[in-house]
Write a new protein. Structure first.
Length: 716
């Protein structure tokens, strides 16, 4: 009913379709009237039955082919089969008409075109809707049984008794077999529609109605012909075939105007075909009984056999369908389970899975006396990345981070996204020293190479890591997680981009060391702010580490370069702000003061024991190979390569960021400057290494350095 309503709405709401529907209804009435008027004239009958008859039949061939060409997939096959059906129906009609016009006796038994048309119609039904193979087979069996039952009953009640009066010739057999084929097609249409996974679309419904009209008309025709031969009055059946063509034509037009997508029929697992099938079987058995009473033993046995066999096949198909259903349900269930423990963004395991694994591993490590390591990683300044580049970029960073962390870990380790921008790693059999080492590797995997966004932006992403071991620092899942969290908190408090593991041991030493470190970080940030460029020294630090690595310096040297670059300007704390922010040319005395900042910085850094080794780098970062630098006027090889690295990175950052008195220089300008001062102001090897890396990173928006917020100028 719902389908019929949708169809009616579909046909009447579209102005063109409404017009065509009315026109076709008018045509049918007109044709019926002509058939009536011409009933007494042979010539007029020829005109109507063999001439006008082709008015709707001929264009169908073109229409179905056009629809087929425009369709895709299953629908395309469906419409090509319909085009084939139209072609052979047309050929059959033409042959018939030719015989009729020539005044010859028309023989359906020699007109094989109609039979070929059925060969297209039956498979077309199979492609009309989406249906699983097992259900389709079931539908075919159902159709077969019901068609057999109808034919058998029909034969007994109508054709058999009548035909026995007229004799049973080839012609009658041909006519009856058309009726039987029609019934088969009709039943197939019904059972396949019932078994389908989707509701028929309006166009498919029109095709079904067209087939139904054809089948009924064919049956009437067979009935007339069998009883008293084809006579003029029977040409009313032509109206039935006209209806068939008209409906098929309307289906084509609906397709061309855009058919409605068929709605899937989900959740209905009932076997609707069972009722007609059962009635069919009963009818077949009953007619077998009738045959038996009439003495047709062989036929009776054949009929009963077919009924039994169909029941058996259906049983097998039913079982198979249940098995398929169970398999698909199981698969769906497994997929649900997988989704329940997977983070959709990174495809890593999610918190739920991790929490369970942590409990299990904690219990296992207690039994085995092993050390269970746990790391908690939290992205630094992640909110800033979201704010600056958008949520999508933030998501991309999370995915890329997961990809960078994975290869660092071993097979038995578990990496999961714990939530937001936090990751966790569970490492069985990992004592504290090893845990620290792996944590450091993870941190570097994130921070040492800039992230590149889809628009080619480079982002400096860092992560802070907290870790703890069971039983070395904590016992049990909860305590372990709590301690790792605390360690993470300390890593954040101490300036981020670092690893902290455990808590109890050497707390004091660590706090002491850390507070000095923290103080230097604050100093670095303060100088950046003083000069109106926040985060600048972090950026230069990133560059310095990259260049040192590019030049093949060892890990220690890379670290020294990174640290020295971060603190290279802290000596400026001794210079009055008025001088630092002055827009005009500096006077001689002022210059004297500024030239002291490398030495101040070196002295400050040397106060922290762990950074004593970077002091010389800071002192020498304004020296030049040609001897014109300060404070010492060192030359060539007197300047360490590491100090030369800081010098180049510092100059690059200065050129690429805007100043109070000028905008940022272009990338080409900055590259040109480095190249032209190669060997005089800057060390040649360092310039080469720098330009090589910079080239590899490619263009980024003016002033952006790894995407760090150096552009956030705080107004002087
Ligand atoms: P820090 O940890 O260094 O202290 O700074 P933070 O900016 O990372 O601080 P916080 O933990 O407060 O902020 C985390 C931000 O991460 C908040 C939220 O907007 C963002 N975030 C959380 N989950 C997602 C996510 O799935 N996608 C994106 N794009 N952002 C997320
Ligand atoms: Mg967080
Ligand atoms: Mg964070």
């Amino acid at each position: 009913m719902e389908r019929a309503r949708a169809l009616r709405r579909g046909l009447l709401d579209d102005r063109l379709l409404r017009g065509v529907t009315l026109a076709t209804a008018g045509w049918l009435a007109f044709y019926a009237l002509l058939t009536y008027v011409s009933r007494n004239s042979d010539t007029a009958q020829l005109w109507v039955g063999d001439g006008l008859y082709f008015v709707p039949a001929a264009p169908l061939l073109v229409l179905t082919a056009v629809v087929a060409r425009r369709s895709r997939g299953r629908t395309r096959v469906f419409w090509w089969l319909l085009a084939g059906f139209s072609l052979f129906t047309l050929l059959g009609d033409a042959t018939w008409a030719a015989f009729d016009v020539a005044g010859r006796e028309v023989s359906d038994s020699v007109n094989g075109f109609y039979v070929v048309a059925y060969l297209f119609a039956a498979p077309a039904i199979v492609f009309a809707v989406r249906v699983s193979r097992t259900r389709l087979l079931r539908a075919v069996v159902d159709a077969g049984v019901v068609a057999l039952a109808l034919s058998a009953v029909g034969f007994h009640l109508v054709v058999g008794p009548l035909a026995s009066g007229h004799g049973f010739d080839v012609e009658t057999v041909a006519n009856v077999s058309y009726a039987v084929l029609d019934v088969v097609v009709l039943m197939l249409l019904l059972t396949v529609t019932i078994a389908a996974d989707e509701v028929l679309s309006p166009a498919a419904l029109l095709v079904a109605l067209s087939f139904a009209a054809a089948a009924l008309t064919d049956s009437l025709y067979a009935y007339f012909v069998t009883i008293h031969g084809y006579v003029g009055a029977d040409s009313y059946v032509n109206v039935g075939w006209q209806l068939e063509f008209v409906l098929l034509g309307l289906a084509c037009l609906v397709m061309l105007r855009g058919d409605v997508e068929p709605t899937p029929r989900s959740g209905d697992l009932r076997d609707h075909g069972l009722v007609p099938m059962s009635i069919g079987v009963v009818a077949v058995v009953a007619s077998a009984d009738l045959e038996l009473q009439r003495g047709y033993k062989a036929e009776a046995i054949a009929l009963a056999g077919v009924a039994l066999l169909s029941l058996f096949v259906r049983l097998v198909l039913g079982t198979r369908e249940k098995a398929e259903l169970a398999a698909s349900l199981e698969q769906a269930l497994r997929e649900q389970e997988r989704l329940a423990i997977t983070d959709p963004l990174t495809s890593l395991h999610n918190r739920r899975f991790f929490d369970e694994a942590l409990e299990l591993e904690a219990a296992r490590s207690r039994r085995s006396d092993g050390s269970l390591g746990l790391l908690v990683l939290d992205m630094d300044h992640f909110k800033w990345i979201n704010d600056r580049y958008g949520h999508q970029a933030g998501d991309d960073v999370l995915v890329e981070t997961a990809r960078r962390l994975e290869p660092v870990l071993r097979g038995g380790d578990l990496l999961a996204r714990y939530g937001g921008e936090e990751f966790v790693v569970l490492l069985p059999d990992t004592p504290p020293a090893r845990l620290r080492e792996i944590a450091e590797r993870l941190r570097r995997a994130v921070s040492s190479v800039p992230y590149v966004t889809e628009d080619g932006l480079q982002l400096a992403v860092t992560v802070s890591v907290g870790g703890a071991c069971d039983p070395d620092h904590a016992r049990g899942a909860n305590e372990l997680l709590g301690l790792a969290d605390k360690a993470l908190y300390r890593a954040k408090a101490l300036g981020r981009d670092q690893v902290r593991v455990g808590v109890e041991q050497d707390v004091e030493l660590e706090t002491h060391r850390s507070s000095a470190h923290e103080f230097l970080q604050r100093l670095g940030d303060e100088i950046d702010r003083e000069q109106g460029r926040s985060e600048l020294s972090r950026t230069i630090s990133r560059w310095a580490e990259l260049v040192a690595r590019e030049m093949g310096l060892d890990l220690e040297a890379q670290r020294r370069c990174a640290v020295a670059a971060r603190f290279h300007d802290i000596g400026k704390i001794a210079i009055p702000t008025s001088i630092l922010r002055k827009r005009a040319q500096l006077g001689d005395t002022e210059w004297e003061l500024v030239r002291e900042h490398p030495e101040h910085g070196a002295r400050l850094v040397a106060l922290v024991p762990e950074f004593r080794d970077v002091a010389p780098l800071i002192r020498d970062h304004h020296e030049r190979p040609d001897g014109t630098g300060y404070p010492m006027g060192k030359r060539g090889r007197e300047i360490s390569l590491e100090a030369a690295v800081i010098s180049v990175c510092d100059a690059w950052a200065a050129m690429r960021t805007p100043r109070a008195y000028r905008p940022a220089h272009s990338r080409d300008y900055a590259r040109g400057e480095l190249a032209s001062c190669r060997g005089t102001q800057f060390d040649s090897d360092v310039v080469d290494a720098f330009l090589a890396i910079e080239e590899g990173l490619g263009e980024s928006p003016a002033g952006e350095l790894f995407g760090l917020p150096v552009l956030q100028l705080e107004e002087a």
